[in-house]
Design a protein. Structure first.
Length: 76
């Protein structure tokens, strides 16, 4: 079975700042913190497996949020 290539995530400085604020926010809901961390780690080139292990989330969920972000970013 061929290995799927993850969509590349590129963030500008403004996007990184916003995602870091969400990740560290004391009033940010936990699911938003995890999603922010997924995108930040993916943009740094970290693998889906590594991300899922470090934030204790299923690989499929990591893939889903990574793909959703990439797709939404393409539409902008």
């Amino acid at each position: 079975m061929p290995k799927l290539q993850a969509k590349e995530i590129k963030l500008n400085e403004h996007e990184k700042t916003i995602l870091n604020q969400m990740k560290k926010g004391t009033h940010t809901e936990q699911h938003l913190k995890k999603r922010s961390e997924i995108i930040l780690r993916a943009s740094a080139g970290e693998s889906r497996r590594s991300i899922s292990r470090s934030i204790k989330m299923e690989k499929g969920s990591v893939r889903e949020w990574r793909n959703r972000y990439a797709s939404a970013n393409e539409e902008l």
